[in-house]
Write a protein that binds this ligand. Structure first.
Ligand code: DGL
Length: 266
């Protein structure tokens, strides 16, 4: 799995809860975080490089635990590696949201790049062309999460600002279109003026992975051991962040330079 930073650990959690015997090799590309305001071509090239490195490990599947990577690079990489080996966040998240909306109005909170890609609107409208979709770019949220400020006054103020257009449009379902955002659920629930259903695509992704592993007879039969957590940033900073975002996990943390390091060993 990979993400720009700690956000993808929400997907590690979702996978570990459902399929606790599976072992995750995780890369947080903190040397480049945040991804959200970067050109989409650059995000695509990061995704190609990281996916090649992880696929060579080798692994059973690669999860783009990052919405902007999924939004920009999933179709290309799924064509290269096969759709049951590369999992993205967008289509599973859109599926859950479309199924959950009674009002047929769905909001999407995401980074500027994910919103600019239009991937969520396209995936939601593929399921129902009449769905109203309101996508809101949220540039303040990833820096708050990376700094560990998940329930501060600033987090609630930012959540209030970003939910406003979604609430004004009468959406009853809101997709957390960035893997960092599930850590802000308390702030988002405090900020919401009406009850809304927040969808974390990670749960649908974990289900899809389980289906694919089961169909291929590839489920781990025994616990496969501790995860391997890697960062392209400072490993001592990441090692400090992990217990807050993945409570109880004791997996070792390593520094890595993708493209320059040999493929990591599982
Ligand atoms: N967590 C990532 C996502 O889901 C990227 C966040 C960022 O680095 O801007 O889009």
């Amino acid at each position: 799995m990979f993400d720009s930073g700690v956000g993808g650990l929400t997907v590690v959690s979702a996978l570990a809860q459902r399929w606790p015997k599976e072992r995750v090799l995780y890369l947080g590309d903190q040397g480049h975080v945040p991804y959200g305001g970067r050109p989409l071509d650059e995000i695509r090239s990061f995704a190609r490089g990281i996916t090649a490195m992880l696929a060579a490990a080798p692994v059973k599947a690669v999860v783009m635990a990052c919405n902007i990577s999924s939004a920009t690079a999933w179709p290309e990489l799924a064509a290269v590696y096969g759709p049951t080996r590369i999992f993205g966040m967008v289509r599973p998240g859109a599926r859950r949201a479309e199924e959950a909306s009674r009002a047929r109005r769905v909001g999407v909170l995401a980074t500027a790049g994910t919103v600019a890609s239009g991937a969520y609107t396209a995936a939601l409208r593929d399921r129902d062309p009449d769905l109203t979709v309101v996508e809101v770019p949220c540039p303040k949220l990833v820096p708050l999460v990376e700094a560990g400020e998940t329930n501060s006054d600033d987090a609630v103020a930012a959540a209030t600002e970003y939910l406003a257009p979604i609430e004004a449009a009468g959406c009853d379902v809101v997709v957390l279109g960035c893997t960092h955002y599930p850590y802000l659920l308390d702030a988002l629930n405090t900020a919401a003026r009406e009850p809304v259903i927040f969808i974390d695509p990670a749960e649908a992704v974990a289900d899809d992975i389980g289906e694919a592993l089961s169909a291929a007879g590839m489920f781990a039969q025994q616990p496969a051991g501790p995860h391997r957590l890697m960062t392209t940033g400072d490993p001592s900073v990441f090692a400090h962040q992990v217990p807050r975002f993945l409570p109880g996990d004791r997996s070792p943390v390593h520094g890595v330079r993708w493209g320059r390091s040999p493929a990591p060993k599982c």
